[in-house]
Write a protein that binds this ligand. Structure first.
Ligand code: DON
Length: 304
């Protein structure tokens, strides 16, 4: 497959397209980002790296971190995890509280905020130094020890985390949060404030494209059953109340973040990341979705 030619074509198409959407402003530090940033990187299992634009510039991974935390929690506690968090699409926005009340504090899936907060609680219960071990996990799968948290983004989200605190309190009232709320919130905000480039995220996401193994050394990071499950949850829940639309238009498992990133995989073929900070009304990168739609259209390949 001539991936570089296809990416070049996408870059030209995007330069002609009128950009729509809004930057995430509920985390004030994110609102400072240049809305014209645009990068894309594809890492093919058989033929290596391709990309364009701001593919090497770091951005806030935000909810894309939920894929890594889910992977760690599954490795730590196995199937027990799914008695505390379900695996159904929510059909609601990522930060919604409404379902939690009538579903007895069990979040619909690990990618809405409520679910990711339960996962953070599991990490706090099972790791000695959850923040350090979270970062170490990313260093390992990306092969890059320089990846860090952006302290300004971390502090900025801390000041405006009332909704996530509300989700935690509600779940705690149902007995589905075991640790101190501040500690769990702190880990969750920390993981969201990690900064990675398209190049780094794509390399980290290779484990999801490559049956759970790192491509560089063949080390199995998560079982093949685990990979089946994580990719299935990305496919059905990775874009909140737009998961159906993403499947329909792109046809790959993926995960978005309000920093404007989208990482996706084609099992057995490649991992890919796009970054463009303007978000559509559902909180997903508008240009990112379009770029990935063009990728699966121009290659003629999706998982379907
Ligand atoms: O909890 C929040 O609101 C953010 N730290 C992450 C939300 C997010 O990235 C949603 N994804 N599109």
């Amino acid at each position: 497959m001539k991936y570089q030619e296809i990416l070049n074509e996408i870059e030209i198409e995007l330069s002609k397209k009128l950009k729509s959407g809004k930057i995430a402003s509920y985390i004030p530090e994110l609102a400072k980002i240049d809305q014209n940033k645009l990068g894309m990187h594809l890492y093919c299992i058989n033929s290596g790296h391709y990309g364009f634009g701001d593919e090497k510039e770091k951005f806030s991974i935000q909810s894309i971190s939920k894929v890594f935390s889910l992977t760690m929690a599954m490795n730590l506690v196995g199937d027990k995890l799914f008695s505390r968090v379900d695996v159904e699409p929510s059909g609601d926005p990522f930060n919604s509280l409404v379902q939690l009340e009538y579903e007895n504090g069990i979040p619909r899936n690990p990618f809405i905020n409520a679910g990711a907060l339960v996962i953070a609680d599991v990490l706090v219960s099972n790791l000695e130094n959850p923040k350090k071990e979270f970062l170490n996990f990313i260093h390992k799968i990306s092969g890059d020890d320089s990846i860090r948290v952006n302290d300004k983004v971390f502090e900025s989200e801390k000041k405006f985390s009332h909704r996530n605190a509300a989700l935690l309190n509600l779940m705690k009232s149902f007995g589905n949060i075991q640790n101190d709320i501040e500690t769990v919130l702190d880990l969750y905000i920390y993981q969201c404030a990690i900064e990675m480039s398209c190049h780094e995220l794509t390399t980290a996401f290779m484990i999801y494209a490559n049956g759970g193994k790192m491509l560089s050394n063949n080390i199995q990071v998560i079982s093949t059953t685990g990979i089946k499950r994580i990719n299935a949850i990305m496919q059905t829940c990775g874009f909140y109340d737009e998961a159906g639309e993403f499947s329909f238009r792109v046809g790959l498992p993926g995960k978005s973040g309000v920093g404007g990133g989208i990482a996706a995989i084609h099992p057995g073929q490649y991992a890919v990341t796009v970054w463009s900070p303007l978000l559509n009304p559902k909180g997903n990168s508008a240009v990112g979705m379009y770029a990935l739609e063009r990728l699966t259209t121009l290659t003629g390949l999706s998982i379907f």
